[in-house]
Design a protein around this ligand. Structure first.
Ligand SMILES: C[S@@+](CC[C@H](N)C(=O)[O-])C[C@H]1O[C@@H](n2cnc3c(N)ncnc32)[C@H](O)[C@@H]1O
Length: 253
């Protein structure tokens, strides 16, 4: 993949022409990539690309590398057929843009506190021709308040602060701390999102939030405490681990 990236050729083209000889500068560029990768630097940051939900996204070190388990959140959102969505903590825009591509009439508000991340999300919306329906907002959780919308989706930072140091070095050393650190119990962002959600939802709207594999019980308890009249459920990922908290039928202000 690094050689294909260096030469701007597909992997099939490389395999079809194994006799190709690299120029000195091509070799130098390739060797430099190999040594960064060998030092643990993530492959998607080297190539600037990651695949998510069958689509290709630009990624830079300012955004989290989209993860396959987040595709569950997109699947659940698609099943609800919303007309309007807010994606809180949009990062690369992988969730917002995938929904806009797959739901041709949906309008998505994509919020992030990081202007650098929003710039990447904007380029991804353009790349997939949905920039007219993906509205980028620099914001802190749900402020400024978009909407009202049918659905809130979020893959928030949810790693407890003191567990960030225990993450694999390729994550801990290179992915943005802002995208990972969920405060002392990992639930700080989720707590705020659940509290602020009724102010942006239409009556009967819902929320889908990605959570850590061990946070199912704590996140359910939190949702019951903050939104006692809503319907609350957990969804498991393909590995059978709790992954998405769904809160439905939310009473609005
Ligand atoms: C786990 S990443 C998710 C990125 C992307 N949605 C994905 O699924 O790959 C969380 C994102 O939340 C953003 N973020 C962190 N704190 C925030 C806040 N208070 N308000 C809005 N966005 C925030 C980070 O900048 C980061 O882009």
């Amino acid at each position: 993949m690094l050689l294909s990236h260096t030469l701007g050729l597909s992997r099939a083209a490389l395999l079809a022409h194994p006799e190709r000889v690299l120029t000195a500068s091509q070799y130098a560029a390739y060797a430099a990539l190999i040594s960064r990768r060998a030092a643990g630097y993530p492959l998607p940051y080297l190539t600037g690309r990651a695949e998510f939900y069958g689509l290709e996204f630009e990624v830079t070190p300012e955004v989290l590398i989209p993860r396959p388990e987040t595709e569950l959140l997109v699947e659940l959102a698609l099943a609800l057929q919303p007309h309007s969505v807010v994606d809180v903590g949009t990062g690369s825009g992988c969730i917002a843009v995938s929904l806009a591509v797959l739901l041709p009439r949906v309008v998505v508000y994509a919020i992030d506190i990081s202007p650098a991340a929003l710039a990447v999300a904007g380029r991804n919306a353009e790349r997939h021709h949905v920039a007219d329906r993906v509205h980028l907002l620099t914001g802190d959780v749900l402020s400024p308040r978009p909407g009202p919308v049918d659905l809130i989706v979020s893959n928030p930072p949810y790693i407890p602060s003191d567990e960030c140091a225990l993450l694999p070095p390729s994550v801990r050393d290179y992915e943005p701390r802002l995208a990972l650190d969920g405060g002392p119990d990992g639930l700080a962002f989720i707590r705020r999102l659940l509290k602020e959600a009724p102010t942006v939802l239409r009556p009967g709207g819902g929320i889908l939030i990605e959570i850590g594999a061990t946070q199912g019980e704590a996140a359910t308890t939190l949702a019951h405490a903050i939104l006692p009249r809503a319907r609350i459920s957990l969804h498991r990922d393909l590995a059978g681990r709790d992954r998405v908290l769904q809160v439905s039928d939310i009473q609005t202000d």
